[in-house]
Every structure is written in C-alpha cells, then in structure tokens.
Design a protein around this ligand. Structure first.
Ligand code: AP5
Ligand code: ZN
Length: 215
C-alpha cells in the first residue's frame, strides 16, 4: 500500500500514520521527523532547515524532495509506505510523481484529514512528544501516565518549538496557501479520500482502514 496522508498541522497525520504502520507493516516517512532529526544532529541540511521550521515556513522543495527520493529507494519501502507531511506544494507533488515513475510505483490513495481551525490549535498546544522514543501524546485527548512520562519508555515529554500559538497560526496560513491546492490536485487524479478528522482517534483510524479496504 502506497499512501499519502494530507492535512493541516495537527490534523492527526502522525498519530494515524503510527497506527497504520502497526496495521499494515509498512514504514512511515515523515519529512517533519526527518528534518527535526537533521536539526538535532546539526547536519548542514538541518542548519539550513532550522530557520524555516522555527518560523513555520516550508523548507525548500529541493531539500525535501532530495530526502524523500533517497528514502523511497530503501529496501523497507518495497512493500509500500506512508508519506506523512509530504508532498506539501504542487512542485513537490510533481516531483513525487516523477520519482515514483522512476521506481515503477504508483500511489494507491491520498487520505485527506479534515479538521477545523479551533480544534487544530487545541491539538497542537496540548501536544507532547517523547524526547527519547518519539511517541506522541495529547494532554487532554491522549494523556501520558500519572507520572507525566512516556508510557512506552519512561522518557521525558517535550513541547515542540513550533507548537507556540503564533507559529501555529503561521503554519496554518502556509498550509492554506501552499498545501491546500493539493486537495484539488489529487481529487483530479481520482486518488483523494476525504476523512472526517474531527472524530476520536480510534474512529478516524477505523474510517481510514474502511476507505483503504474499499480500494
Ligand atoms: P511536520 O512535522 O510535518 O508538521 P505538521 O504538518 O505541521 O504536522 P504536525 O506534526 O504538527 O501534525 P499532525 O497532523 O502529524 O498531527 P499529530 O498526529 O501530531 O512539519 C514541521 C515543519 O517541517 C514544517 O512547518 C516545515 O517547516 C517542515 N516540513 C515538513 N515537511 C515539509 C515538506 N514536505 N516541505 C517543506 N517543509 C516541510 O496530532 C496533533 C495532536 O493532536 C497530538 O497531540 C495528538 O495526540 C492529537 N490528536 C491526533 N488526532 C486526534 C483526534 N482525532 N482527536 C483528538 N486529538 C487528536
Ligand atoms: Zn518514549
């Protein structure tokens, strides 16, 4: 299964991708996670990306297309993959099409998670992530244990730098201007499947699985 998860910041792409990895045994390819790892490791690419990410702007198409192109060629992507947070611009979607043609692959579906702005802000301000294993939580909707630590590994939870309200608003504007046109792009290709992302996490998951199994 070769999927793209599309949706505004906080729509639940990462949360749903992690569950789909378990269910279908295919890797999650999150450009946001890969860029954050590069920032942490202070690689030349990470140093370039950091300023854009801190302000909520997009990193250049050239950088992200390069990392996705390399990642898709790895062995674990042979049986499928879940792209989370990529593509985010029309040039990225065009580049993905070319890379997939080179690899002799086709996308099966583009899942679009639909969530209103107030809910997105609430989700992002309450989001916490384990600094050690990366597991995601929400203080209200998906809380950690009573000790406030990661239930999987006991690690400390962190609040992402770009989850401050002002940066969140910026990321939403960027989504509306640069990424929302992809909904039409993939609708025209007959790949777009819209999902009501306002439901509980498990209900969203069920709806995605139902839509994917219907083909
Ligand atoms: P990225 O990391 O991709 O951030 P994003 O798209 O803004 O998405 P998020 O990770 O914020 O949200 P999500 O949809 O995954 O939500 P989550 O599941 O965590 O990108 C960060 C930055 O990197 C960008 O701003 C850009 O600078 C750069 N970048 C990345 N990709 C790029 C690209 N392709 N091109 C250029 N630049 C790029 O859920 C959020 C919270 O809500 C969690 O706490 C979760 O527990 C909770 N939650 C989830 N679902 C539900 C539900 N159904 N009900 C209640 N709570 C829920
Ligand atoms: Zn952890």
């Amino acid at each position: 299964m070769k999927l793209v998860l599309l949706g505004p910041p906080g729509a639940g792409k990462g949360t749903q991708a992690a569950m789909l990895v378990e269910k279908f045994g295919i890797p999650q390819i999150s450009t946001g996670d890969m860029l954050r790892a590069a920032v942490k490791a202070q690689t030349p690419m990470g140093l370039k990306a950091k300023e854009c990410m801190d302000s909520g702007a997009l990193v250049s198409d050239e950088i992200v297309v390069g990392i996705v192109r390399d990642r898709l060629q790895e062995d674990d992507c042979k049986g499928g993959f879940i792209l989370d947070g990529f593509p985010r611009t029309v040039p990225q979607a065009d580049a993905l099409k070319e890379v997939l043609i080179e690899l002799g692959k086709d996308l099966d579906s583009v899942i679009s998670l639909e969530v209103n702005t107030d809910a997105l802000v609430e989700r992002l301000t309450g989001r916490r992530t384990c600094g050690a294993c990366g597991k995601g939580y929400h203080l209200k909707f998906d809380p950690p244990g009573a000790d406030g630590k990661c239930s999987a590994c006991g690690g400390d939870l962190v609040h992402r730098d770009d989850d401050k309200e002002e940066t969140i608003r910026n990321r939403m504007d960027v989504y509306r201007q640069q990424t929302a046109p992809l909904e039409d792009y993939y609708r025209k290709e007959g790949l777009l499947k819209a999902i009501d992302g306002m439901q509980e996490i498990s209900a969203v998951q069920e709806q995605i699985v139902t839509v994917l199994q219907a083909g």
